[in-house]
Design a binder for this molecule. Structure first.
Ligand code: ACO
Length: 346
């Protein structure tokens, strides 16, 4: 049994923040940011729209492109490390009426048949791992239509006084629809996925305990000190993450290509997680892929974590760059540390 990509969509917040604007809040410059990262602008959620709104818009566009009705979706995978509700997926201030993750997205899309849906939390590798999971569900469980959404709002966890990290991130959502097909039409040729907990310390947004009052028993004695907590801001060792990405991503793509039985020359497009243009360029150079065959849109959006691959894919498809039948080598990498690649046909 095969599976193929039949639709994509994306959505970004309306508020755009340029490098020049960032240079008014931290000591930096447009020149420093653009030469070190390739980023010029990023979009940031400002309260006008929620992350779920973006996710729903991206998913709706993917369904429209695929000409698939919401009722025909069997599974929704929401790849995010910044859900708006740890239980219900509800935007801030709105009550969720169910404890199922993603119920609001299902509802907003109008999926009346209660498709299975769950979150995948793997930061910048989230979408890639979601795609691999979707393929396994289709091949293993008989699901026909699987919606994979990558959506993140890392701006909510950025330390806006840390110039080493706040310049990098933006918010967005992207989605693809993966559909069951006959094996000769198969469009997910192979994948290669890994993690290394040892390196996890280089990229963290850990839990921290907040001061709270002790819980008292009926006689007034201390029963226990409750562990109220919240997440701290992103802590990143940029140099280590850079080195890690440039080392593992080419190896992973090469390994996925071998599994697919394809040679490097059959790659039409290199589509990496959009973290830093220098990472993208270094990987392309190692794989000997010319820049005309590299997809990059991080100048406009920065690093949008789990959204970056489907956002860049959607723009490349809608602009006519990526055409039906093209072979794409996609790779994600990030916190965990996690990384992986997939060889796809659009
Ligand atoms: N503006 C001006 N100067 C800066 C800035 C800034 N925004 N940030 C750092 N600097 C300074 C530093 O203080 C340092 O100054 P010093 O030499 O006086 O000490 C100097 O610039 C060099 O700093 P480095 O951190 O060594 O700069 P580097 O060239 O490594 O670039 C960067 C930093 C852009 C973060 C780079 O390491 C990078 O992109 N790493 C990958 C990060 C990444 O991709 N993270 C996310 C991936 S995973 C995920 O997506 C969740």
């Amino acid at each position: 049994k095969g599976c193929k990509l039949v639709g994509c969509g994306s959505a970004v917040p309306t508020l755009q923040i340029s490098n020049v604007e960032l240079s008014k809040i931290v000591e930096t410059s447009d020149e420093w940011i653009s030469t070190r990262t390739g980023i010029r602008n990023r979009r940031v959620l400002s309260g006008k729209e929620s992350l779920n709104d973006l996710a729903v818009e991206a998913a709706r566009k993917a369904l429209q492109m695929a000409e698939v009705e919401p009722d025909d979706v069997d599974l929704i995978l929401m790849c995010t490390s910044t859900p708006e509700d740890l239980f219900g997926g509800a935007p801030q201030g709105q009550a969720s009426d169910s404890s199922f993750a993603l119920v609001l997205i299902q509802k907003a899309l109008g999926c009346k048949n209660n498709p299975l849906s769950y979150d995948i939390t793997a930061a910048c590798s989230g979408f890639l791992l979601g795609l691999v999971s979707a393929g396994s569900h289709i091949r293993g469980t008989g699901f026909r239509n699987v919606l994979v959404i990558g959506a993140d709002a890392l701006s909510r966890f950025v330390d806006w006084t840390d110039r080493g990290s706040c310049i990098l991130f933006g918010d967005a959502a992207g989605a693809v629809l993966l559909q069951a097909c006959d094996s000769e039409e198969d469009g997910l040729f192979s994948f290669d996925v890994h993690s290394d907990g040892e390196g996890g310390r280089h990229l963290k947004a850990g839990i921290r305990s907040n001061e709270t009052e002790d819980v008292l028993g009926s006689n007034g004695s201390v029963l226990f000190p409750p562990q109220r907590s919240s997440y701290s801001c992103i802590h990143m060792n940029g140099k280590e993450v850079f080195r890690f990405a440039v080392r593992v991503v080419p190896q992973s793509i090469e390994s996925a290509m071998v599994k697919a039985g394809l040679t490097m020359s059959s790659i039409d497009w290199l589509l990496l997680h959009q973290a830093n243009q220098r990472i993208i360029d270094a990987v392309a150079t190692r794989l000997d892929i010319p820049s005309e065959r590299v997809i990059s849109n991080l100048a406009n959006y920065g690093n949008t974590s789990a959204a970056s691959i489907p956002l860049a894919l959607d723009e490349a498809v809608r602009s006519g760059k990526v055409k039906s039948g093209d072979t794409i080598a996609a790779a994600g990498f990030g916190a965990g540390l996690t990384w992986g690649s997939a060889i796809l046909r659009w």
